[in-house]
Ligand binder design. Structure first.
Ligand code: MF3
Ligand code: CO
Ligand code: CO
Length: 277
């Protein structure tokens, strides 16, 4: 990858480098597809961490990027209910009604894929489900704008106005990010902002869109463990994340799961089911 002449240190990935990102993105999605069946009442978030870690290392022969990243002690992040992001897996058991974000970052051949999804344990409240759905739709509002010429402020504005129109708030302290050989690189991708401002997207950029949406006020606080971010008012929080590549005329979502690939017609269900052709 080469350094672009932009004022920020934004890297543009060559076609070969884009293939590296595609594989890392696919493996990341595979972990999330695999972990869903394990997000059930009675499981601990440490169980999820161990299952994901063993799959990434043992099956994918890849590296879980969070482990030891700036001292983070686990291989994935698990953020339950009012935890906004960067929850540390532990002994706490999931219970019916919980909403859980699982955030996976896989390194394969030096390239990073980063994605997170919300999982519902049992039957969460109508309000919790709506929060999860609005956050998901907000991420897609952003993704749909990704193409050369769009500016980052356009993305942030689309996400913010959609979320606020639903009566929810967008977290400001954490944002999406460029990604490649480095986990978090330029640019910063804010989930709020003003149209017509910020960096202009160019073909070959790869970055994440990962809005955090609170049912209550947007303010957050960091717990004494130095990682766990919670809502200040203890309201529920949701987050979804994809890694995207800017293409000549739009974008490619590098971390689509199996269901999304079927839904978007990118893959026939039989292929992933392993049926003979
Ligand atoms: N995966 C998170 C992100 O989306 C970052 C986690 S950093 C960790 O950027 F150290 F907490 F794992
Ligand atoms: Co990220
Ligand atoms: Co992430």
């Amino acid at each position: 990858m080469w350094r672009s002449p932009d004022p920020q240190n934004v890297t543009l990935k060559t076609p070969a480098e884009q293939d590296g990102m595609r594989l890392a993105g696919r493996l990341t999605a595979d972990v999330l597809d695999m972990i869903g069946a394990h997000v059930v009442a009675g499981a601990t978030t440490d169980d999820l961490n161990r299952i994901a870690h063993d799959y990434i290392v043992g099956v994918q022969e890849a590296v879980p990027a969070p482990l030891n990243y700036k001292g983070f002690p686990k291989s994935i992040c698990t953020s339950v209910n009012h935890v906004v992001c960067h929850g540390i897996p532990g002994e706490k058991r999931l219970k019916a009604g919980d909403i859980v974000n699982v955030d996976v970052t896989v390194i394969k051949d030096g390239w990073h894929g980063d994605s997170s999804r919300m999982f519902l344990v049992g039957q969460p409240s109508v309000q919790a489900k709506r929060l999860v759905e609005v956050c998901h739709a907000a991420m897609w509002r952003g993704i749909e704008l990704v193409r050369p010429g769009t500016r980052l402020g356009d993305l942030g504005h689309a996400i913010q106005t959609f979320v606020e129109a639903q009566g929810y708030s967008v977290v400001r302290e954490y944002c999406g990010h460029g990604i490649g050989r480095v986990f978090h690189e330029d640019p910063q991708v804010l989930h709020y902002g003003d149209p017509g401002t910020g960096l202009e997207l160019r073909e070959g950029m790869t970055f994440t869109i990962e809005p955090m949406v609170n049912a209550g006020r947007r303010h957050v606080k960091l717990l004494p463990d130095g990682w766990t971010v919670v809502t200040k008012d203890h309201s529920l929080s949701a987050q979804w994340e994809h890694t995207v590549l800017v293409t000549a005329d739009g974008c490619e979502v590098l971390t689509l799961g199996r269901e999304d690939r079927f839904r978007l017609g990118l893959e026939a269900p039989a292929a992933a089911a392993g049926a003979a052709g």
